[in-house]
Design a binder for this molecule. Structure first.
Ligand code: AMP
Ligand code: ZN
Ligand code: ZN
Length: 431
């Protein structure tokens, strides 16, 4: 609107008039200032921790670090702190262990007891069932991104099992639906974009996930030369990440935790243990198969299935829930099927229907075996200001990682089953 002499006069065009208007406005201005200072509590605490980036390299066995292709990862291990072995939780599978890493709970407690499972109320769960994966009712415990949120910190996940679910009604502040086709370079760029945001919107906790070492490991086995290409590709991605961190001025101001969920061992799918040879396959539902088989007898057929399976077998042991070895900390969760048959490597267990399916491509590598076996051990490297360079420990457990992440973030952990001192020998004094 154009201002006219008249409008000026009405708004107090003379000096005295303008002064009067100003005096009248003072209470309003004071009220506005007071309002601004009472504005919503700042979400972020004044003292921000150094950012923590959790990098998951699926199926990376710690001895892969010795490969010439793992140059960058080896340098991180040597220049930071590392464990010779990170013992996975039982079962040594992707979803149970990724979720153990971020909750500090055994699968028996957090409820992701397998990659494939059934729940009497929720139905079926599998990694490719997007609705189930996103349904928080499957995911128990408190993942670190929720602990961080409760303490006023921000989290962003570039893939992590559980991050797509509304666990207790909450997600990370930023997360992406899992997309295996999103290239590693794009993943690295996204994490760098998060890190280099202005302070107010920068996440304190981030994840980055790579699947190719596991996928190729299944296809060709852990000892094949093609595996080295996958190791080389992940190593290059980590190198690009480090270069981006350094370019952005964040080198030495970020704590990196590199883990895998389990190792990998050579398997022989040409002679699977076929349950059909032990018991009528129509007498049970096969809930999961591979290194172990989850078996749910059909109504009225329990006695027959139990009689056939709960006896000694070559290369396989079958357990009812209370009978698992005590050190596996497994057997109480109601989602555990009535019988689990656990094979020993290189054997796999299932039915004819799954192993003799026309066109099925045989895998040469696998995991899901006894988590104490050397080939099942996972990776742990810590690098950054919190970690004492050149330090190593023999062993820690996946379940110990959650408390470490909380410690790096300077926040109190929720109830967990890990050893809060497990990584002490890798940390600088005062951390
Ligand atoms: P596994 O069968 O235990 O070897 O599972 C490994 C596979 O899990 C990878 O090849 C990924 O494709 C898949 N995976 C990893 N993270 C996710 C996720 N957040 N959502 C769905 N699938 C995933
Ligand atoms: Zn995995
Ligand atoms: Zn795998």
């Amino acid at each position: 609107m154009l201002s006219t002499p008249d409008s000026h006069a009405r708004a107090g065009g003379s000096f005295a008039g303008r002064f009067r208007t100003l005096l009248l406005l003072i209470p309003l201005l004071l009220a506005l200032v007071a309002c601004a200072s009472r504005a919503p509590e700042p979400k972020l605490p004044r003292e921000r921790p150094l950012p923590v980036l959790l990098i998951g390299i699926d199926g990376f066995r710690p001895d892969y670090l010795a490969m010439p292709e793992a140059r960058t990862l080896r340098a991180l291990a040597e220049g930071g702190g590392h464990a010779e072995a990170l013992q996975p939780a039982y079962p040594s599978l992707t979803f149970p262990n990724h979720y153990t890493l971020v909750t500090g709970l055994h699968p028996d407690r957090h409820g992701i007891i397998n990659n494939s499972m059934r729940d009497p109320e929720l139905g079926s769960f599998a990694m490719h069932l997007r609705t189930a994966v996103a349904d928080g009712r499957w995911w128990g415990g408190e993942p670190v991104w929720i602990t961080a949120k409760r303490r006023g910190l921000r989290s962003a996940t570039l893939f992590w099992p559980g991050s797509e679910a509304d666990v207790g009604g909450q997600h990370p502040d930023e997360w992406l639906p899992y997309d295996a086709s999103l290239g590693s370079a794009r993943r690295v760029q996204q994490v760098l974009a998060w890190l280099t945001r202005p302070q107010s919107s920068r996440p304190d906790f981030m994840t980055l996930y790579f699947e190719q070492v596991d996928s190729i490991g299944h296809d060709v086995g852990p000892d094949a030369p093609e595996l080295r290409r996958a190791v080389s590709a992940v190593d290059r991605s980590v190198r690009e990440l480090l270069a981006g961190i350094a370019d952005a001025g964040w080198a030495d101001r970020i704590n990196l935790v590199l883990v895998s969920d389990h190792g990998m061992t050579a398997i022989d799918e040409s002679r699977p243990i076929l349950l059909d040879e032990l018991v009528d396959p129509r007498s049970f539902e096969l809930v999961s198969f591979g290194a172990s088989a989850g078996i749910q007898p059909r109504r009225g057929r329990s006695a027959e299935v139990e009689a056939a399976l709960l006896r000694p077998h070559a290369h396989m042991r079958c357990f009812r829930p209370p009978e698992f070895p005590a050190e596996w900390r497994f057997g109480e969760h109601p989602r555990i099927p009535a019988i689990t048959c656990q094979a020993e490597p290189p054997f796999v267990v299932g039915t004819r229907r799954v192993y003799e399916m026309p066109g099925r491509k045989r895998k040469r590598g696998g995991h899901g075996y006894d988590p104490t076996l050397p080939d099942m051990q996972a990776l742990f490297i810590g690098h950054g200001p919190a970690f004492a360079p050149g330090t190593r420990i023999d062993r820690a457990h996946s379940v110990d990682v959650y408390a470490l992440l909380c410690r790096l973030l300077g926040i109190a952990p929720a109830a967990h089953q890990g050893d809060p001192r497990a990584f002490d020998a890798l940390l600088r004094p005062g951390v």
